[in-house]
Design a protein around this ligand. Structure first.
Ligand code: MF3
Ligand code: CO
Ligand code: CO
Length: 249
C-alpha cells in the first residue's frame, strides 16, 4: 500500500526535511582535509538532537552511527570512524532525520578540495541526474518516467548506474513502497498521485555498475571495479503539477 499523506503529515515531513537540510548545510562547513569521519558524525548527531529530532540511521537494522559517509569507491552505508578526509576524496553523506514520527532522507556528494576533471564531472552529473529524475515528478506520471530519465542521462555521460540499490517511498518509515529504481522504461510502473512522498537517489559510478559488500563490515557497499561513485538524494512530495522538495532550502 502506498500512503497518501494528509496536510498535517505533509507539514511534519516538511519540518523533518528542513532539519535534514540544515544538518547538511552545517556538515558542508566541515568537509576539509584532516577531519575524521566520526567527527562529522558527532556534529550531525548533536545538531539533529538539538532540533528535537532523531538521526534515524542510528540503530536502523543495527547501523551503528547517525549518518552514512561513503568515500571514493564506497557507494553507500559507509560507517564513520577514525578515517580522515584527504584532498581529492569523493565523499558522499547520506542520512535520515525523524521528526515527530516522520522521516526525511537526503544525500549529497562533495569533493575534498579538487579532483581530476572526470571525477568533478561524475559528481556534477550525478547531481544533474537527480534533477532529471525530479523533472518527471507530478501527479499522473509513472515511476518509470523518473527511472528512465535518470538512466538516460547517466548513459549519455557514460556513467555506471547502480541497480542493486533504489530510491523508495518514505513517511512514518524510512523505506516504504514504492521502489524508485534509477533505471527503467518510461510510462511503466505505478502512477504517482498527489500527496505521495518519495526519495529519489541516483548512485552513479565512473566505471561499471556492479557493487558488493566488503569484508570490512556488514554495511559498506563498494564498486566491484573500485571506481569512484557519487550519490545525491532528495525527499519530495508529489503535487498536482509537479513536486516540492522537502529536503531543500
Ligand atoms: N539513507 C539511506 C537511504 O537512502 C538508508 C540508510 S541505511 C542506514 O535509503 F542503515 F544507515 F540507516
Ligand atoms: Co538516504
Ligand atoms: Co533513501
Amino acid at each position: 500500500m502506498i500512503s497518501i499523506k494528509s496536510e498535517r503529515e505533509i507539514e511534519l515531513m516538511r519540518q523533518a526535511g528542513h532539519i535534514n537540510y540544515l544538518t547538511h548545510e552545517e556538515l558542508k562547513k566541515h568537509i576539509k582535509p584532516g577531519i575524521r569521519t566520526e567527527q562529522l558524525d558527532k556534529i550531525a548527531h548533536d545538531f539533529i538532537m538539538k532540533h528535537d529530532a532523531y538521526p534515524s540511521c542510528l540503530g536502523y537494522e543495527g547501523f551503528p552511527k547517525s549518518i552514512c559517509i561513503s568515500i571514493n569507491d564506497e557507494v553507500v552505508h559507509g560507517i564513520p570512524g577514525k578515517r580522515k578526509l584527504k584532498e581529492h576524496d569523493v565523499v558522499s553523506i547520506d542520512f535520515t532525520v525523524r521528526y515527530k514520527g516522520y522521516e526525511s532522507d537526503a544525500a549529497r556528494t562533495y569533493i575534498v578540495g579538487s579532483a581530476p576533471k572526470e571525477i568533478e564531472d561524475l559528481v556534477t552529473n550525478t547531481y544533474l541526474a537527480l534533477q532529471e529524475g525530479l523533472s518527471k515528478v507530478k501527479s499522473g506520471a509513472k515511476i518509470g518516467d523518473i527511472s528512465c530519465a535518470i538512466e538516460k542521462f547517466a548513459r549519455l555521460h557514460h556513467l555506471g548506474v547502480v541497480k542493486d540499490l533504489v530510491g523508495h517511498g518514505i513517511g512514518t518509515n524510512m523505506h516504504e513502497e514504492p521502489d524508485v529504481p534509477n533505471f527503467g522504461i518510461a510510462n511503466t510502473g505505478i502512477t504517482l498521485k498527489e500527496g505521495m512522498t518519495i526519495a529519489i537517489e541516483p548512485m552513479l559510478t565512473l566505471g561499471k555498475e556492479e557493487v558488493c559488500l566488503t569484508d570490512q563490515d556488514d554495511w559498506v557497499i563498494v564498486t566491484e571495479d573500485e571506481s569512484p561513485s557519487a550519490h545525491f538524494e532528495h525527499t519530495v512530495l508529489v503535487t498536482k503539477d509537479g513536486y516540492e522538495i522537502l529536503t531543500g532550502e
